[in-house]
Write a protein that binds this ligand. Sequence first.
Ligand code: GLA
Length: 407
Amino acid sequence: MKYFKTIIITFLLTAGLSINLFAQKFEELALTPPMGWNSWNTFQTNINEQMLRDMVDAYVLSGMKDAGYTYFVLDDGWMAMDRDANGSLVADPKKFPTGMKAFADYVHSKGLKFGIYNCAGTKTCAGYPGTHGYEYQDARLYASWGVDYLKYDWCNTDSINARDAYLTMSRAIRAAGRPMVFSLCEWGNHAPWLWAKNVGQLWRITSDIHAGFDKDLSNGSWSSYSVMHIVDLQDKIRQYAGPGHWNDPDMLEVGKGMTVDEDKAHFSLWCMLAAPLIAGNDLRKMTPQTIAIQTNKELIAIDQDSLGVEGFKYYDFDGMEIFVKPLKDNNLAVCFLNRSGRPQNIYWDWKAHTITDGITKLNIDFNNSTYILRDLWAKKDIGTTAKILKQPIASHQVVMLKLTKTN
Ligand code: GLA
């Protein structure tokens, strides 16, 4: 009897431990904002296996992987138009002649993680089979292919309840047993920041982005948002982001047509916002400037700071804006942006301004503490907060600083 009891106790302890480890695997999926590449912004549905294999190679060769990018995500357009006789999704055999498992294996063989796309509706936004009604079956299929990340969209969802739909898919992923980052993409229509913390790891907060600095692009019945339009929507929801659950201001448009200064501003602001960094450009054809922007490790470290606090707009006057992001070890990132169309001069007396933040209880008086200033684009130290910062700043340029506390 004693022997029997020991067996039961050992069994329960082992089962408890594995459930715990299993839960932990999901909980720890995105302790810092996910980083990767996604096919949509450049290719839409014009994807095929050879081009994507070349993209995987370029991902590694260009230094993106070394800079911390991990996920390789296929967006809409990877499927055949119909499910098979068993109701399973099928990769389009013309676009993926060796099949999705072989492609996923290739991604994994390069040390990257593999992501895929579907939609909570009856069809995806581009008209391919949606997941509505097939959640558990699709999740099992993705797990069998080795999918590590699922972007889950919101087209063709008439009469579907958003919260229920995303919760069902989240449960389906867990039931399938393979940890996958779950990226909600309902464009902020149902305030996911209020309910999705335990459903997925990131949620889109707006309509689609386009490669424009401050002007939206009309697509007829809807508009794609500019970088600055999206930034302006952030402050009121920043308290909902944190390790494991992030506001997603959409993918990067670096290297897709804005000026180099605008690309740097866009990238800096995404880092200030602790945004997921999902590149959207053609990695096979990057200019040296685009590579330098997307692989700037000091900038990426601001985005990936383990405190996981989304930055905020601290100052806004006459086209000059200042953003602040609290970092671990009482350090700080400060981003000066000239949003105006004319050159300006930064003249900033640190000691004349305190910085406070109700959410992190930050309260900095530069008369009491001095910080070393490091310019993260110039990659050099430029003095301390003991002196007034004076420097010209061109239109749509940023000066991106890390402040390290000295006392
Ligand atoms: C929506 C999403 C985009 C992209 C397309 C695919 O518009 O917001 O990011 O996934 O669908 O059709």
